[in-house]
Design a protein around this ligand. Structure first.
Ligand SMILES: [Zn+2]
Length: 317
């Protein structure tokens, strides 16, 4: 019964088109800095069918910070380049690319999705493209188109490579110095992979040594089945769980229709709540474990107020 309601879910794959010359820039830049994260901006246009085409990929600006587990673009350079390509070619920044080199994280991290969300909200742009590079025997690139960049939710996405040199790169005459960069070296092997949908709550962490290889497993082992259930729980979380608590929140997929939420608050108190989804979302059970444990009595048909009670129980000493 549950399965019938939740599936089949047809997820239309999003597409990113990118000129081969721009992938060459990406791979060259990643290979020059193969032990740290590096990246840049993507400039291009969106089609009628909401398909982005990347005409130009930049390298990092001079003040960009490349570290083993994080990359920060040079904001001044980003702004100056976008202004220049807008005035010269009428294209805008449609996303960014960065490298996870050999850290073993082949999807976007929670921090990456959070960065896109902040950018989308600040700039009032709900469309965004991420290209993620990584090294596994050789270089790979994986594309991500956002369903709603402000929510940090990506779609299943594949990459289409347009052959040859981008007409905009061919027309660069040195007037946009930040897009010139060093000449691209000899061609390197590159594999282009599709991506599965991602959301900020389920994404693994990256940076400051907090990559937990165990946290990667649920992502790779999961199909598309639980996606609508995840979406339903995320909506409740967004309306009920205060921002200050979300950093401690973990959502685990038990099976296609069951999700476990785990929320830890100081003094070793943890809320565990079990949700099930059969087209509508139900909060089946919750309890607070640790000091002064509480077992909840959820009202199955009122998920929001049940979760509110559970959080109040977690927060009360
Ligand atoms: Zn990243």
């Amino acid at each position: 019964m549950l399965r019938d309601a939740a599936s089949p879910i047809r997820v239309r794959q999003a597409v990113v088109r990118v000129y081969a010359s721009e992938l060459d820039v990406l791979v060259d830049e990643m290979h020059r800095h193969r032990n740290v994260e590096t990246g840049g901006d993507l400039f291009g246009l969106w089609s009628h069918g909401d398909v982005p085409t990347v005409f130009l990929a930049s390298r990092p600006g001079e003040a960009a910070v490349r570290q083993r587990l994080s990359f920060q673009q040079d904001v001044q350079s980003h702004r100056a380049t976008e202004q220049a390509v807008w005035q010269t070619f009428g294209v805008q920044c449609i996303g960014m690319w960065h490298s996870h080199h050999s850290i073993g994280l082949e999807v976007l991290s929670r921090g990456d999705l959070g960065r896109t969300m902040r950018y989308a909200r600040r700039s009032n742009r709900s469309r965004f493209v991420d290209l993620l590079g990584f090294h596994r025997d050789h270089w790979h690139v994986r594309p991500f188109v956002y369903r709603d960049a402000g929510l940090g939710r990506t779609r299943a996405t594949r990459l289409e490579v347009l052959p040859g040199i981008s007409p905009l790169r061919a027309a660069l005459d040195g007037s946009i110095a930040s897009l010139k960069g060093p000449p691209v070296g000899p061609p390197l092997r590159l594999t282009v992979l599709p991506s599965e949908p991602q959301s900020p709550l389920l994404a693994p962490k990256e940076g400051k040594g907090d990559i937990d290889p165990a946290s990667l497993k649920p992502l790779s082992g999961r199909g598309r089945g639980p996606w609508r259930a995840v979406h339903a729980v995320e909506q409740v979380i967004a309306s009920v769980v205060p921002e200050s608590l979300r950093e401690q929140l973990q959502l685990d997929v038990v099976d296609d229709s069951t999700l476990a939420l785990r929320l830890t608050k100081g003094q070793g108190r943890t809320l565990i709540a079990m949700f099930s989804f059969d087209g509508t979302l139900t909060l089946g059970a919750w309890q607070v474990v640790g000091a002064s444990p509480v077992i909840g009595r959820p009202q199955p048909d009122d998920v929001s107020s049940s979760l509110q009670q559970a959080i109040a129980a977690l927060e009360s000493p």
